[in-house]
Design a protein around this ligand. Structure first.
Ligand code: GP9
Ligand code: MN
Length: 634
């Protein structure tokens, strides 16, 4: 009996070694390839043990195979996990984020990964595969060490008990350090940090499955529940401008990757945004406006704008729920006789736009085929913004009025490439090229906006067009907070600074407006739809979207971010800590903390349930025909 036990135990050597390899390489990759904030020795320890339980569990599945097969299963498991690991390293190198299943399905948007493929040649990568060769070698040359004889049930039980014990220890320590880790799983980084990359990846797969089930089980009652929640938090706008723009054209320009700190900034005494500095003097400028996007970047900003819902925490709604029912700006304006269109000099299927715009009810979509794009007028991602604006005016000129036209800019896009011929100011001097050139491409975008407004005046459209501009999302990620701190003259970028850096411009210029106003209301992209509808005097649909009219003096001054952070006019909340909004110092949780945290959680939850359950198919006001749009070619 003891002999069999001892032999069985020895037979665990090979699988245990394989699990050990996976554990250590995952730990090393997590430590060196992902930029995770570790604040205490305990967190360091949790990070160290976090890959172990899953490594043992997955490798342990091989114990259910007998004979030669067992070691092959062990090696194949190792190879698969290594692919996931390397895939995440490459993805992280570019997106500063971990892979989620929905984003993987967005293969067309993984183009940017090209530059990270170089990483594959990094010697570190060798370290991640060398163990596979060692295992194969041991299997071939040392049959005794890699013996695949039957393993006693008791020993198997011991193996999995040990695995479970390690997992429980890991989870217990993680929960103690960060309560509600799994229930409030807005944040991928936390999951990787506390439970390891493979646990996170499994959890993500489980969430994906749950999402599909949610849709199948959804019912009209759920919509009623959502509507009740929204109605109970709603404020009726007291905006003096309500209805004043009825029947006017609307041009909405997204400012690619444009953060608010650029406005008014100077490089070597030269203004980065000379045009906008002057334009906001005769427009409404919202200085406390925040983007609310997540993984879906530009597409999320569009989704939020058109629907007043929050983006998903995983994937881009433009891909995951492209054909859901939504009640969008174009659909609502169609009832008022508006023609809606999008102009963007890129390919039609990028971010799945052609599919989504159809279901959003746009009448047309002017893509790269509608613009004359040449090598000379291209920068970085495609046609330069100045030429884009010039050619866009020609298109706007031909449209049926009133129109709602959305123009998506492109030059100020990561990695902020620009050539001599288009450079209008010198770079910043932090030594980080991506950061330093950002001011140059932003300056170029500013120029494009000047060209747009001038040409709009010449075309005569300026007199009856409301111009709206907003930044779609941040341009400089946390990877660039060293040069960012240098630029802002700070020692470091704190959690509170990070939130304040999510401010992007929101500008509204009304026809005939000569006097501007800077408005400090704390607002975000979910507020765009109610604000535009209010200006145009169109009733917002009842209780099916979030956000409030930014021109209302009774706006709630609350902005909720996808990861559960939020800002009010007096404080900032991020990662479990409150900060004073003015001083940005850490503060004790304020009196209404619990109420606000609940509100934030519920709002995100109800928004998700609309998307996951496709609940707006049950909305009675949703009688809008959505056909297929043609992408226009001139
Ligand atoms: C591409 C443009 C950029 O068409 O909208 O998208 P982004 O990478 O910023 O999400
Ligand atoms: Mn963008």
């Amino acid at each position: 009996m003891f002999k069999t036990l001892k032999d069985s135990l020895l037979n665990l050597r090979f699988p245990l070694l394989a699990a050990f390899f996976i554990w250590i390489k995952t730990y090393l990759a997590t430590l060196f390839k992902f930029d995770l904030t570790i604040e205490s020795p305990m967190q360091q320890f949790i990070l160290f043990i976090s890959p172990l339980a899953v490594a043992m569990l997955v490798t342990g599945l091989a114990l259910f195979f007998q004979g030669k097969k067992r070691n092959y299963v062990i090696i194949i498991t190792n190879i698969l996990l290594t692919i996931v690991l390397i895939g995440n390293i490459l993805f992280y190198g570019f997106y500063n984020d971990f892979i989620t299943l929905p984003i993987l399905l967005q293969a067309t948007n993984l183009g940017g990964l090209g530059s990270s493929i170089r990483e594959l040649l990094n010697p570190f990568m060798l370290l991640l595969v060398v163990d596979i060769f060692i295992l194969v070698f041991l299997m071939k040359k040392y049959p005794k060490f890699s013996s695949t004889e039957k393993i006693n049930g008791l020993i198997k039980g011991f193996y999995f008990l040990l695995t479970a014990a390690i997992f429980t220890l890991n989870l217990g320590l993680a929960q103690a350090d960060r309560p509600q880790l799994l229930t409030r799983s807005f944040d991928r980084e936390y999951l990787v940090r506390y439970m390891g990359l493979f646990f996170y990846q499994g959890y993500d797969a489980f969430q994906s499955g749950k999402t599909s089930t949610q849709r199948a089980l959804a019912s009209g009652d759920q919509l009623t529940e959502v509507q009740n929640f929204i109605r109970s938090n709603r404020v009726i706008s007291d905006s003096p401008l309500a209805g004043s723009m009825s029947g006017k054209n609307v041009v909405m320009i997204t400012l690619e990757s444009f953060q608010s700190f650029l406005i008014g900034a100077e490089i070597n005494g030269e203004e980065v945004t000379p045009f906008l500095n002057e334009f906001i003097q005769r427009s409404y400028y919202f200085e406390n406006f925040y983007h609310q996007t997540a993984q879906g970047k530009t597409s999320d900003s569009e989704f939020i704008t058109e629907t007043s819902l929050y983006p998903l925490s995983r994937g881009a709604v433009f891909f995951t729920h492209a054909t859901n029912e939504f009640v969008t700006i174009p659909e609502l304006l169609r009832d008022e006789g508006y023609y809606s269109t999008v102009l963007h000099a890129n390919n039609a299927s990028f971010w799945n736009r052609n599919v989504v715009y159809s279901s959003f009810g746009f009448d047309s979509f002017f893509t790269e085929n509608s613009f004359e794009i040449t090598d000379e007028n291209s920068i970085g991602w495609g046609m330069n913004d100045v030429t884009f604006m010039e050619q866009s005016i020609d298109i706007l000129d031909t449209l049926q009025q009133p129109f709602y036209a959305k123009l998506l800019t492109l030059t100020n896009h990561f990695p902020y490439e620009i050539d001599e011929a288009h450079t209008l100011i010198g770079p910043y001097d932090s030594g980080d090229g991506t950061f330093d050139r950002y001011f140059q491409t932003a300056r170029y975008l500013d120029e494009a906006l000047r060209v747009f407004v001038e040409n709009l005046k010449e075309s005569g459209l300026y007199e009856n067009t409301v111009i709206v501009m907003y930044g779609d999302h941040y341009g400089q990620s946390e990877n660039r907070y060293r040069p960012m701190a240098q630029f802002l003259g700070k020692d470091e970028i704190t959690a509170a600074d990070h939130i304040e850096l999510q401010r992007v411009p929101f500008i509204v210029h009304l026809p005939g407006q000569t006097e501007g106003e800077t408005i400090s209301t704390v607002s975000g992209q979910v507020d765009i739809k109610p604000t535009i509808l209010s200006l145009l005097g169109v009733d917002a649909p009842d209780g099916i979207g979030f956000g409030n009219d930014m021109f209302g003096t009774n706006h709630p001054n609350l902005v909720i971010f996808r990861d559960g952070s939020f800002v009010t006019d007096s404080y900032i909340y991020r990662g479990g800590t409150f900060f004073d909004k003015d001083t940005r110092e850490e503060i004790e949780p304020p009196e209404d903390a619990e109420r606000l945290l609940n509100r934030v959680e519920q709002e995100l939850h109800y928004s998700d349930s609309i998307i996951y359950g496709n609940l707006l198919r049950f909305y009675s006001g949703n009688n809008h025909e959505t056909g297929t749009i043609q992408t226009e070619i001139r």
